[in-house]
Write a protein that binds this ligand. Sequence first.
Ligand code: 13P
Length: 251
Amino acid sequence: MRTKLIFGNWKMNKTIAEAKAFATEAVAFDKFAKEHGVDIGVAPTFMSLAAVKEIAPELTVAAQNCHFADHGAFTGEVAIPMLKEVGIDWCIIGHSERRTYNGETNETCNKKIHALIDNDMTVIYCCGETLEQFEKGLTKEVINTQIREGLAGCCKCCLKHVVVAYEPIWSIGTGKNASTEIAEDICSYIRSIIKDMAGEEASENIRILYGGSVKPENIRAYLGQPDVDGALVGGASLKVESFKQLIENIL
Ligand code: 13P
């Protein structure tokens, strides 16, 4: 039985003060979610990670990126030991915005994923196709490559530390969310690739999230799909009220 997971990706939003205000309220609704068998988490900017973790130590808090090297001459980057030092043990890897604006590739994602797993961290690995690829019917081809290359070398033990998020790029921040049929079709396809790569047990245990214009009004329909184990939420995760509604609406 896979525990449902609702994760807020704050992207480049919230000052430290705003993140602290959210974290203060999150203590109570994280407890509420856990009592109802739902896992939740947030991914603030690097700036706010320590503050959020300090205020809400039980809340799952993820970085939005990391470097694969432990230290070195990589200006502007943040290393995994630095995240661990402030209590962070989750990290999002391969978000489409990083692939588009920061040159992230399946190969760099793979290096980061292995470095994170070696450091006992949990990874949310994102995949998803562009509108053009979707319209050309290339979605499964794109996803297949992203999963096989991004997760190359991950055995079934490694995959215990991995969550996959399917986020069609055309649905991110556009209000044009993928239908529940598309979300289920691709999430179950991802599960079948994992089965092929690492066996049935790994594929049955891995959590696969849908992301892209998830809102309190539509989250229930996505999480009602057999292969959709949760949601990675951008805009609707920013306000405390809206985040709470995301949880309440799936109970
Ligand atoms: P929106 O929920 O704002 O569409 O963003 C989705 C996303 O990119 C989460 O990582």
